[in-house]
Design a protein around this ligand. Sequence first.
Ligand code: 3UK
Length: 546
Amino acid sequence: MTAHLDTFARDNLPPRAQWPDFLFELPELNYPSRMNCVVELLDRWVAAGHGDRPCLVSPAETLTYAQLCERVNRMANVLTHVLGMLPGHRVLLRGPNNPMMVAAYLAVIKAGGVAVATMPLLRAKEIAYPIGKAKIRLALCDHRLAEEMEKARALAPDLERIVHWGGGGADTLDALMAPPGYDTFIPCDTASDDVCLIAFTSGTTGEPKGTMHFHRDMLATCDSYGRHVLRAEARDRFIGSPPLAFTFGLGGLVLFPLRVGAATVLVEKASPDDLLAAIEKFGATIAFTAPTAYRAMLAKLAERDISSLRKCVSAGEALPKATFEAWLAATGIKILDGIGATEMLHIFIGSPEEQIRAGATGKAVPGYEARVVDADGKALPSNTIGHLAVRGPTGCRYLADGRQRHYVRDGWNITGDTYLMDADGYFWYQARSDDMIVSSGYNIAGPEVEAALLEHPAVAECGVVGAPDEERGQIVKAYVVLHPGYSGDPAVTKTLQEHVKAAIAPYKYPRTIEYVTQLPRTQTGKLQRFELRRMAVDTASHKLAS
Ligand code: 3UK
């Protein structure tokens, strides 16, 4: 039975027939029918005498498990007794990666609410969309993000109240949390299948999709990927760059550390430079970031002592073999590549260090099943390229969205990626299904060409897309950022083309190369291929016109 008094989230789950299959075969994934995940992640540690251990570490403050628990209780009291939040209410959260943002997530969920976090860089219109879609009445917001939040209010009639933290003043969340009796809070007695999180996809095309996740899902990702692949320990100190509003960040910087009683270092600015400095300063042991950040950090490793680091996780985009090898040579650490998705909450394919095959994403995470299927959903034999299908303890449930039927077919989550599975069960990423380049009838995966280019010492970053071409339909076009000391002259172009021809099938080589100073990326660190394609179309039509 749900604990939600406001049943909007439950009422707007997809129809049962459109749910993916859920697998709970591993004993550690058998959760009781009633369970509040915050009790498991936080209160349980305090009860077990672990309260004095560091939990959240940031440049401004450090909170032990007991201190975070108290802060969460105070905030949960404010939510229920001052702000009128009922179990099931959705609460918008806006803030950089800091302890108050984590406390806000946990307080909303502990009180039975549904957290809906937004990336700090979003603009008013993009903030207003989830407010309308998820019918959000209340927002908690870092005072430094107040301006855009206020603009969003004008576009979002559902929103009744915004409460800010930081910055001082009588009406701030901080002030409201002060009453002496607020240090304890009885957690809402939620069902393990009550929704506690709606994570919006950073959709590059179409409206963002709200993915709904249950209390049990928060633990399931820890007890599958966290327990079997990452294998962190209480002595670890996590750190990373993904925003907490992105489930990659929520898992890597909150769920995984708290599940094992570890500490997490929260930094608001996490450029590759900042991240290196923070790893050194705080002695971080596990890092979560995107492949491009590992490449950028490689160039600066000499300036920093990051010997505290023992594990590195990469996700969001494929980790090219060249990046894996270079990082291993420089640090002795095998980066754990893993594919995750907002729909699946976190990583579902990825292998622990001793099983890694460089260049492959890895094997299905224990608790998940993955396979490669054809356009009709039929399983393909190994070593055949097709669509990735996956199922496990977590899965896609869009908030009132017809696109559910595209993502889930025959009980399998179809992620929109093309993959090949080898005879040993390793998954090799090819491309996003709609990103395949078709040139003179050949299917060419941009990421494969990118991986080959990245093996050349001149190449710092690159993006490969199809450019329109009268004769071949499309041609392979590379946008390349060169390392300092190289210039994009015809000789270098020729060298890079020859390099690719020698590394992979020659017909895949980039027929044109354009040199740029940076590549367009999303707030979650992904290459914006549609933007590169647009640029390629522009250039092609200019050529026709001139
Ligand atoms: C792509 C990858 C190749 C792939 C995410 C870890 O990225 C995350 O979620 P999103 O919803 O995007 C999902 C899509 O991103 N992708 C992610 N990781 C890899 N492609 N290799 C990888 N290692 O197209 C996938 O369908 O933004 C990643 C954890 C939580 C996440 N939400």
